[in-house]
Design a protein around this ligand. Structure first.
Ligand SMILES: Nc1ncnc2c1ncn2[C@@H]1O[C@H](COP(=O)(O)OP(=O)(O)OP(=O)(O)O)[C@@H](O)[C@H]1O
Ligand SMILES: [Mg+2]
Length: 340
């Protein structure tokens, strides 16, 4: 550690559609929903992360909440920059005499365009990043899972986040083929909102729909340990008054079926594109799942039945990408696939 090393701070950021994580000194120091609350009149940011999430769906006319990322990429540049800034501040809440210059690794979806990539880099630089490296999410996920990505062995990684599902085959430190679709956890949530409206004439908010997904969401009708029915609260579309309805996991499995089928289709596509030598490897190694969306009940089993391959869920799916990004940060010289 150099004499002036306190002047530079090294951080790894998983800038996700749903959650943003920051790793500093090998530890997850920030794990917050990707959302900011803004004063409509002054444009000032009032809250970032969990505090802003508590306001989501409950704001009055002077406050609005913004989720700066959509489908894995920055949709609101200004809000994204404030969010990154706010979250970096959370690392050291105590007041500092000066801001250290930041060396950071940020992950990006593999299907990202040049313009979208530029937006991530610019936000990071505006938020204080002096040296910014980018890494593709599936690569970060693979490293986070503990796969030796530089080996001449093919591995298939599927990262099902909030905004995107990314399917990639990795070998020799590179992404051999990949497929990214904009259907993931958020789509499951809106499927549930839509289903409740159509089927039960009840309007529920995004946060309630997400709760339903976590409590009774399922990718299959036949699962081990089915959860009990869950009480959902919302507004009756007919009478306008608050209402309670019990939903079962079977109903939700039906509501999610179309979106899950689209993910399956993308996986089949990616497998078809895979060069045969790597297919042979994947036959042995199987498929690795990461991202919060991979925690949907029965999803691993459904993918395994469809592909006839073994499917493994990462140990801590919500943090695999962040962990991998953190490892990349410590090995910048060793990983030539990091983009400067
Ligand atoms: N137990 C669970 N069952 C099903 N879905 C879950 C569960 N826990 C979290 N999720 C979903 O996982 C998603 C968030 O996952 P994650 O944090 O990996 O996404 P992200 O990295 O922010 O998004 P992206 O990578 O697409 O930009 C949300 O849609 C959330 O509802
Ligand atoms: Mg992610």
């Amino acid at each position: 550690m150099g004499l002036f090393s306190f002047l530079t701070q090294e951080i790894a950021i998983d800038l996700g559609t749903a959650n943003t994580l920051i790793i500093h000194n090998d530890k997850v120091v920030v794990d917050e929903p990707s959302i900011v609350a803004v004063d409509r009149m002054t444009g000032q940011v009032i809250a970032v992360g969990k505090r802003a999430m508590q306001m989501h769906g409950k704001t009055h006319e002077n406050i609005k909440t913004i989720r700066p990322l959509r489908d894995g990429v920055i949709a609101d540049f200004h809000a994204a920059e404030h969010m990154i800034r706010g979250m970096i501040k959370m690392i050291h809440p105590e007041k500092r005499l000066f801001t250290p210059s930041l060396k950071m690794v940020i992950c990006i979806p593999s299907g990202i365009t040049e313009v979208e990539k530029r937006a991530v880099r610019d936000s990071a630089e505006h938020a204080g990043g002096k040296e910014v490296y980018l890494i593709h999410e599936p690569m970060a996920a693979a490293i986070g899972i503990g796969i030796d990505v530089e080996e001449p062995i093919g591995n298939m990684i599927i990262d099902i986040g909030g905004g995107t599902s990314e399917i990639a085959v990795i070998a020799l430190g590179g992404i051999v083929c990949d497929k990214s679709i904009r259907i993931a956890g958020d789509e499951f949530t809106s499927d549930i909102e839509e289903y409740m409206r159509r089927q039960h004439n009840i309007l529920i908010g995004e946060r309630s729909a997400e709760r339903v997904k976590i409590e009774v969401g399922s990718a299959m009708i036949e699962i081990d340990n089915p959860p009990p029915d869950y009480a959902v609260h919302g507004r009756d579309l007919m009478t306008g008054v608050p209402k309670e309805i019990y939903v079962s996991y079977v109903e939700i499995a039906h509501a999610l079926d179309k979106s899950v089928a689209k993910i399956e289709e993308a996986i089949m596509n990616a497998l078809e594109m895979t060069p045969p030598e790597l297919s042979a490897d994947i036959f042995r190694t199987g498929i690795y799942l990461a991202g919060g969306g991979s925690m949907l009940r029965g999803l691993d089993k459904r993918i395994s039945l469809k592909t006839k391959l073994p499917v493994h869920i990462a140990e801590d799916p919500l943090r695999a990408v962040a962990r991998g990004t953190g490892i990349a940060l410590k090995n910048i010289e060793r990983f030539p696939f990091l983009m400067k």
